[in-house]
Ligand binder design. Structure first.
Ligand code: GLU
Length: 376
């Protein structure tokens, strides 16, 4: 018996594979430092935990609206000008939201333009929808609007933009995003904005959301996540903001897929939206400090463009590659010799680099860089 051609063409998530790998190394008592998977290591804030427990105590354990709790969708809609609960769909993380988007808008043969390097799941999710990812290089990790325009064909269905970017930490300036908005309008394309890291912008830099250019709204599908912003990755709550007809279509898909997102987790998410932002702002300031600490540690090791957002460094390691070695071989060598896990750049469509997550305790970051320095 043979598996479907569709699933045979798809590779497992290159970042998610680190979770069992690291757990296995820890079981062997290796002193592993994982700077691989992208998640905050700080605790989920107490108001979120308390609200989730209270929801469990109230038996909020049943099926609810498949689009998401009305209270949660209303609170989210209030954050987007001109938006109502009918424009919000709650998903099991923005990862599932993105999957649903491609399933909802793509037909076989359609193309989706994605600037590279890019997060590991985009291309595979596009392929799972029968469509084709069109990977367009960036310039020093910033968008190249001319290259994006040149990539548009009759088959192009959407442009995907991820700012702040995973894996580079680049934050795209307003002018470039407005150029993408114009390109989408001129060519009648959807724009998919993955804004999972919208809260994590440093140096007081303004974050420009693709929700802001009003002419884009009837073709914009935006995703955000509770995972990173509120340190609740395991809750699996993210959402999409979409034109009413697109949102309704995604709910139809959701109704056959998972049904609603875990009911009590959604109550935790509602509490997240109500919590005092002071703690989160302090955590962001601490991440900026970690960005600086990690960036300084890189000096003399690898060239790196200073990230302005998210929580990743994406240094160029090509000077340290042995003959014929890829970034995957390099990351495997580092893991073997130092027990420090980083993600190879080739997994993000850009070899010669590695992704280092700096959302880790300071002493672990320093220890990790010390180990890498010794080996190199
Ligand atoms: N988005 C995070 C990362 O890039 C979480 C893992 C994943 O879902 O890929 O590491």
């Amino acid at each position: 018996m043979k598996l479907s051609n569709r699933i045979q063409r798809v590779e497992g998530s290159k970042t998610a594979r680190f979770i069992p790998l690291i757990e296995g190394l820890k079981r062997q008592d290796r002193p592993v430092i994982s700077l691989a998977i992208g998640e905050p290591t700080v605790d989920t804030p107490a108001p979120i935990i308390d609200a989730t427990k209270r929801a469990l105590d109230r038996q909020e354990t049943r099926y609810v609206d498949m689009a998401g709790l009305m209270g949660l969708r209303t609170a989210l809609a209030d954050r987007f000008d001109g938006c109502g609960p009918e424009n919000i769909v709650v998903f099991n993380g923005s990862k599932q939201a993105l999957y649903a988007i491609f399933q909802t808008i793509c037909d076989p043969g359609d193309q989706v333009i994605i600037p590279v390097p890019c997060w590991v799941s985009y291309a595979e999710q596009v392929r799972l929808a029968g469509a084709e990812p069109v990977l367009v290089p960036t310039k020093d990790h910033q968008l190249d609007p001319d290259a994006m325009a040149a990539a548009v064909t009759e088959k192009t269905k959407a442009i995907l933009i991820n700012s702040p970017n995973n894996p580079t930490g680049a934050v795209y300036p307003r002018g470039d995003l407005e150029a993408i908005a114009r390109l989408a309008v001129q060519n009648d394309l959807f724009v998919i904005a993955d804004e999972a890291y919208d809260f994590f912008v440093y140096d007081n830099l303004p974050f420009f959301s693709l929700y802001d250019p009003a002419p884009l709204r009837d073709r914009l599908i935006l995703t955000r996540s509770f995972s990173k912003h509120y340190a609740m990755t395991g809750f699996r709550v993210g959402y999409a903001v979409a034109p009413t007809a697109v949102a309704a279509a995604m709910v139809r898909l959701q109704s056959h897929l998972t049904g609603n997102v875990c009911t009590f987790a959604q109550h935790g998410a509602m509490a997240a939206l109500e919590m005092d932002e002071d703690l989160l702002i302090r955590r962001r300031a601490d991440l900026q400090h970690k960005r600086d600490l990690a960036f300084d540690q890189l000096a003399g090791l690898f060239p790196c463009i200073r990230p302005q957002g998210a929580f990743y460094l994406f240094p160029d390691v090509s000077d340290h590659l042995r003959k014929g070695e890829t970034s995957g071989d390099f990351a495997a060598r580092i893991l073997e010799k130092t027990a420090v896990a980083v993600v190879p750049g080739e997994d993000f469509g850009m070899d010669g680099h590695v992704r280092i997550c700096f959302a880790a305790p300071d002493d672990r970051l320093l220890d990790a860089f010390e180990r890498i320095r010794e080996v190199l």
